[in-house]
Design a protein around this ligand. Structure first.
Ligand SMILES: [Zn+2]
Length: 148
């Protein structure tokens, strides 16, 4: 949990409250002593069921990393990306299941990215759908551009 003031990641929780859709934590940075607030959505308790059958706890940082990589150098404000990840989490937790398949997470991210930025969408799709060559990419894009 990086401090928004100095960027260090040593902070301690000074207050925790449950809100309607998650957990709100008040933190104090151990380096610069400034205070900040973090929110954990209900998605924080989801279990992701991977394609090889392994289970792992949902990790917002990991999802965020994938999304940020796809959005690199695109003219997208950080706040829009945060909002999108929030909506993705809301959608996942709204499914009302304790476990969500990783393929469902991937598809949900793709749907949101498609609306946010087509280039970021394509970057994410290349990694996620393992489009390994230009032809596969081309086919995917023409399917995407063809109205269903
Ligand atoms: Zn700090």
């Amino acid at each position: 949990m990086k401090c928004p003031h100095c960027g260090e990641d040593r902070s301690r929780v000074i207050d925790t409250r449950t809100t309607g859709d998650g957990i709100r934590r008040r933190r104090m940075c151990e380096v610069c002593s400034k205070r900040f607030t973090t929110y954990e959505h209900v998605a924080a308790s989801l279990i992701i069921l991977k394609s090889d059958g392994r289970r792992e706890p949902y990790d917002r940082q990991k999802l965020m990393h994938g999304v940020l990589t796809a959005c690199a150098k695109r003219p997208i404000p950080q706040a829009a990306i945060e909002d999108m990840v929030d909506s993705i989490e809301d959608e996942l937790s709204g499914m009302g299941r304790a476990e969500v398949k990783s393929s469902v997470v991937g598809t949900t991210v793709l749907e949101h990215l498609k609306r946010l930025d087509p280039m970021a969408y394509i970057r994410f799709a290349m990694v996620y759908l393992q489009l390994s060559d230009l032809q596969a990419l081309q086919e995917h894009i023409s399917r995407m551009l063809t109205p269903a």
